[in-house]
Ligand binder design. Sequence first.
Ligand code: PRP
Length: 211
Amino acid sequence: MRYLTFALAKGRLAKKSLEMFEKIGITCEEMKDEKTRKLIFVNEELKIKFFLAKAGDVPTYVEYGAADIGVVGKDTILEEGRNLYEVMDLGFGKCKMCVCGPESARELLKHHEMIRVASKYPNIARDYFYNKKHQTVEIIKLNGSVELAPIVNLSEVIVDIVETGSTLRENGLTVLEEVCPLSARMVVNQVSMKMENERIMKLINDLKNIL
Ligand code: PRP
């Protein structure tokens, strides 16, 4: 039997993923050590390998077959637009992709004005404004702390993830429009889905039973 390989998005999602896999008997003790700098973890008994990647790279590892399976947020899946199968909503990591800004920017979204939109997710932002709203905007790609942009007049609005809403509140911003709901998803390489169908379907069914 060959190894089945899982790419997990480093951080909160990986922790939640491991808790979920534990419930169906897939364990990896050495991965729980929060101080470890290791990136690959093996369960020899189950012939399973886990590795930790940056969230944005998980779909890449899965598309190329370096990982059979990935666990990653819907935001990353949409932004990366890779060829893979999204097989399951795992129900954790729930949040929303939203257009946010100061209350005063609400009007700018109503009249197809040319505005600047800052985001860590330029593809999602472009798709929303161009294809859904039919509003021509300038997209500015940022790498984090996106809430800064409208405060310092880099952009009129942002497209970003809102979970509790506290980052927005503490910076005097608000949700202006909702783009889509988000949560952690399981994705599968298209060839692995055929070659390892039995093992992957069992995994999906076991997860469905506990979710
Ligand atoms: C995310 C997101 C928001 C914040 C939303 O940022 O980009 O800034 O969390 O969460 P809240 O609604 O609960 O406040 P993250 O912490 O990942 O850091 P980043 O700013 O570097 O993207």
